[in-house]
Design a protein around this ligand. Structure first.
Ligand code: ZN
Length: 195
């Protein structure tokens, strides 16, 4: 039964990846076709093994499932592609190069993926640049915001700990004296309480 979940995710992934293109629609149509075939083949098997009267029990689940796969798939396939917005973009990674226009036109590489204009112009160059970017992000992952926050918060924590210890030491001082010398050791407020 988990297979149906994986199948749906697979179809939706295809629909999303190929959204607004023929590929996405083809993935969705292919997925729905497979499901309809499963339905038909299952009915045929039921006929052979003579349990047709139980098939509606299966279909009660299968038909809503097919409709769900179709609806979510249609939604995903119509999602917009995030088109590059700037004046000039890296053809390999879509990085906005508007501010670096002159440098890039002079032959500098894209700061995001390292592809030059000439490299990004060819399919092979784009693939290479994408691979390089992937490898680089694996080697040196972007610092995680939570982690740096945690590190930054650690130092004041230590300072606070020191302060706390210091305060505790001074707090304990009069107490120790009090226990050592009895009522005479208490400060004015404590003496007042007893009186
Ligand atoms: Zn790039």
């Amino acid at each position: 039964m988990l297979l149906f979940v994986f199948f749906a995710v697979l179809v939706w992934y295809g629909s999303f990846q190929g959204r607004r293109r023929l590929g996405g629609l083809a993935a969705l149509a292919g997925g729905l076709f497979v499901l309809l075939m499963v339905n038909a083949v299952h009915f045929r098997i039921a006929q052979i093994f003579e349990y047709e009267e139980l098939v509606p029990v299966f279909r009660v689940l299968l038909y809503p499932y097919i409709v769900m796969v179709m609806c979510v798939g249609l939604f995903l396939v119509t999602l917009p592609i995030d088109l590059p917005r700037g004046e000039i973009n890296c053809k390999a990674c879509r990085y906005d190069l508007t501010d670096l226009k002159q440098e890039v036109l002079d032959g500098d590489p894209c700061p995001e993926c390292g592809a030059t204009l000439a490299e990004a112009a060819t399919r092979k160059g784009r693939r290479l640049a994408r691979k390089r970017r992937h490898a680089r992000s694996k080697l040196a992952p972007e610092p995680v915001a939570g982690l740096t926050l945690g590190l930054a918060a650690h130092e004041p924590d230590e300072a606070a700990d020191d302060q706390h210890e210091h305060r505790q030491a001074s707090d304990e001082d009069p107490l120790n004296r009090a226990s050592a010398v009895g009522v005479h050791g208490l400060d004015d407020r404590q003496r007042g309480c007893i009186a």
